[in-house]
Design a protein around this ligand. Structure first.
Ligand SMILES: [Zn+2]
Length: 321
């Protein structure tokens, strides 16, 4: 277990005492996800951290304005939340591990008292991930392909597992049932997905997405019947077709598609598990989080947890005043 994870799990195991609450604040400040310095909004002078016996165990006090105090959570995504910082850390930890995120479990374990709170907590973490992946995309860095990998294209409906949400899908959602167009880069070591919701699976819808995200000259693998397969060769891609994706070995890169079906299945299960396919907006959010996991989370020096903390720090800095 990494040092970061060890430090965090220690804090999570500790009982909810004043001393431990203060430890949590100090740890979060050290990681930069709570402010280390605070300025008074009225006089713009640095405030002083003082110990108090309530809530988080610390407050910021302005010496100029006797008695003016603000929460240690000010300027962070945890500000004005009714849950304790320990609860938030627990949620962050589980989110990063993909563990026991079912609402019943979280409520039972005391992370939150209601599903409404949990929904809010999850949605704000998704916002953190979305911001990071949006930045990556805006910088033009979400490009796949090249010489040592191949790119797999596929489309899939993410809405047909009815078991979990019977009666929940409104008529609007059913009518506008969307396809998820997936671009998956496969190399020896990594798998990087780009997932887009599209209305139709036509060449004019999909080709611009492919051109934006896949480097020219890349090896692309698709099923035989794709409408866009001729256009791919015309655009300078090295196109291969397969009938059985499961047993394809690319002669150039020596990569094989054996586990590709499983990769798709993993993404789908992830969305289903979080009930992320109820609305188009929600589905989009979940697809961004999956992209975040593979493009940023798994590549981070300190793993998914490390990247999440990094992105919360950025989020606080730019989005929380
Ligand atoms: Zn002041």
């Amino acid at each position: 277990m990494g040092k970061l994870r060890r430090g965090l799990t220690e804090l999570l195991r500790a009982r909810n005492t004043l001393v431990n609450r203060r430890k949590i604040v100090l740890w979060m400040q050290k990681k930069g996800i709570l402010k280390r310095q605070m300025k008074c909004k009225s006089c713009d002078t640095p405030m002083t951290a003082v110990q108090v016996s309530r809530q988080d165990g610390f407050h910021w006090i302005c010496r100029q304005h006797r008695g003016r105090s603000v929460s240690v959570c000010q300027g962070s995504m945890f500000y004005k939340s009714r849950r304790s910082l320990q609860n938030h850390l627990e949620f962050i930890y589980r989110f990063s591990q993909g563990l026991r995120m079912r609402q019943v479990d979280l409520i039972e374990d005391g992370v939150a008292a209601s599903s409404r709170t949990l929904t809010k907590m999850a949605s704000s973490l998704r916002k953190v991930c979305r911001r990071a992946i949006h930045k990556l995309r805006a910088q033009g860095k979400m490009k796949v392909g090249g010489r040592h990998c191949f790119v797999m294209l596929d489309e899939s409906k993410f809405s047909h597992k009815r078991k979990y949400n019977r009666g929940r899908m409104g008529p609007a959602w059913r009518r506008n049932k969307k396809w998820v167009f997936g671009i998956l880069e496969v190399s020896h070591t990594t798998r990087r997905p780009i997932l887009k919701i599209v209305r139709r699976r036509s060449t004019d819808q999909l080709l611009p997405i492919i051109k934006r995200h896949v480097k020219r000259g890349s090896s692309i693998v698709t099923d035989d019947w794709r409408a866009y397969k001729r256009a791919l060769s015309e655009e300078g891609y090295d196109h291969h077709t397969v009938c059985h994706k499961r047993h394809f070995v690319d002669p150039g890169s020596r990569c094989h598609t054996q586990n590709l079906e499983r990769a798709w299945q993993t993404f789908k299960c992830d969305v289903w598990r979080h009930r992320g396919n109820q609305t188009t907006g929600l589905l989009k959010e979940h697809l961004r989080v999956i992209e975040w996991e593979y493009w940023l989370g798994r590549c981070h020096r300190y793993g998914i947890l490390g990247r999440l903390i990094h992105d919360i720090r950025k989020f606080n800095k730019h989005e929380c005043k």
